[in-house]
Design a binder for this molecule. Structure first.
Ligand code: IMP
Ligand code: MG
Length: 174
């Protein structure tokens, strides 16, 4: 059974919103040396666009978290695959994530990272799907709130497909 992607948030709208987020981040991290920590794989396009709109020196690192086994539902077990390589102690860390859904991934990531004693730990997420939240998550910088639909594109996958789509789309069963 095939699934057709439909545009939910177009690329122009995404770019405008990222410019707004970047302006806020630039202001709030002025004079600091923030470390932007991208949660792979879904956050990679967002991270790339965000840092290029930031217009300030930042450092970047990447970590792997797997939560979705291959379908649309969370497998329940969240694994931190590869942690950050740059030491976080005393750093102003900004997590860059694709989407917060039930909240399990981010609470695991936050607990994991806070043990490394960063000076501050904040979250920047492109999308929020609050209707399905099971664990509370504080999103400091949010792109868009989305309805309870499975989204893909702009780095976000379904079963490792659709990450290349330039817009945030939802999948409709045929
Ligand atoms: P949570 O633990 O339920 O918050 O899961 C968050 C992670 O699941 C996100 O970082 C995504 O990688 C993935 N995820 C959640 N919702 C979607 C979706 O609609 N499409 C694709 N991946 C999703
Ligand atoms: Mg993710």
């Amino acid at each position: 059974m095939g699934k057709t992607p439909h545009i939910l948030i177009g690329r122009e709208k995404i770019a405008l919103r990222i410019a707004e987020l970047a302006a806020r981040i630039k202001l709030e991290y002025a004079g600091k040396n923030p470390l932007l920590l991208c949660v792979l794989k879904g956050g990679f396009v967002f991270m790339a666009d965000l840092v290029r709109q930031l217009d300030m020196p930042v450092q970047m690192d990447f970590m792997r978290v797997s939560s979705y086994g291959g379908g649309m539902e969370c497998s329940g077990s969240i694994n931190v695959g590869q942690g950050p390589g740059i030491p976080l102690q005393g750093r102003d860390v900004l997590i860059v994530e694709d989407i917060v859904d039930m909240g399990f991934s981010l609470s695991v990531v936050r607990n994991f990272l806070s043990q490394m004693q960063p000076a501050s730990l904040k979250l920047c997420a492109l999308l929020d799907k609050p209707s399905r939240r099971k664990v509370p998550v504080c999103i400091d910088y949010l792109g868009f709130t989305v309805p309870d639909k499975f989204v893909v594109g702009y780095g976000i996958d379904f079963d490792e497909q659709y990450r290349y789509l330039p817009d945030v789309c939802f999948l409709e069963e045929l």
